[in-house]
Design a protein around this ligand. Structure first.
Ligand SMILES: [Zn+2]
Length: 262
């Protein structure tokens, strides 16, 4: 599932490929992914405009148009963007395709119809409506702020990290790595984490997400000392050479090392 690093890589990709090209049409519209608008309205709003800026908050990607606000993308479990130079070359799971006047196109591809596309006039207003917490890479998110947003969650630290309403951007994969790096077991209750733990959690959250972005959001390309290249039950822990364990937490499978995390 695309998490913050994946969406950041897609944001950079969109920025590199798709800005400042007038949109001539929006096609292959699948109404199942349009969240607050009809196909006609999306077409009518975007035809003749162009994307001029991108932003990311958590797992959401925002693209500002020069006419009417922002297009918002959410990639669900499997979604991604693909810029293509030849017409008709687009993927069969394309749910929306932006055709540029130069004949090129940007496809929004989702294999499963989770995820979605919105139009909004205000990024801040959209985030408020979705109830999103601060972005996990927000520069102002230090240990005190992190502890603050965790207050009264009353659950495990892994659920807290994955709760988009508390902190936006982290999912099942990167929460495992952050907790491995921090040395905290995933089911630890947030109320039992002390100052030093929050300090470390804030530092490691940033470090893990920035490393993932640097490495193209490919878990297999993370440093060998990280959990992610070994994130399988029974694999060898790169630190203590013990075995990686797995357990269900809040309905998701968490991977961890009982030798390195307590
Ligand atoms: Zn270990």
């Amino acid at each position: 599932m695309p998490e913050l690093p994946d969406v950041e890589i897609m944001r950079r990709y969109m920025e590199r490929t798709s800005l400042y090209q007038p949109i001539s049409d929006v096609v292959r519209l699948n109404e199942d992914v349009l969240r607050n608008l009809s196909a006609d309205r999306l077409k009518g709003t975007l035809a003749g405009s162009q994307f001029e800026q991108t932003l990311r908050h958590g797992k959401y990607l925002f693209a500002r148009t020069n006419t009417k606000g922002w297009v918002v993308f959410h990639f669900g479990m499997t979604g991604y963007l693909e810029y293509h130079e030849e017409k008709g070359k687009t993927h069969r799971h394309t749910r929306v395709e932006f055709i540029f006047q130069n004949g090129r196109g940007l496809s929004f591809i989702l294999q499963r119809k989770l995820g979605g596309l919105w139009l909004t006039e205000s990024v801040a207003g959209f985030m408020e409506k979705q109830g999103l917490g601060p972005d996990a890479l927000d520069g102002k998110l230090g240990s005190d702020e992190l502890k603050g947003v965790a207050q009264n969650t009353g659950g495990s630290v892994k659920s807290f990290l994955m709760n988009q309403k508390r902190i936006a951007g982290i999912g099942n994969v990167y929460s495992d790595e952050i907790l491995f790096q921090t040395g905290i077991l995933p089911w630890t209750l947030t109320e039992n984490i002390y100052s030093e733990g929050w300090q470390k959690l804030a530092t490691k959250t940033r470090e893990v997400l920035e490393t993932a972005i640097e490495r193209g959001a490919d878990p297999g390309e993370m440093p060998g000392s990280y959990l992610l290249p070994h994130r399988r039950e029974g694999d060898i822990c790169p630190r203590c050479k013990g075995e990686i364990s797995a357990a269900k937490i809040s309905g998701r499978t968490a991977y961890f090392c009982t030798g390195c995390q307590s």
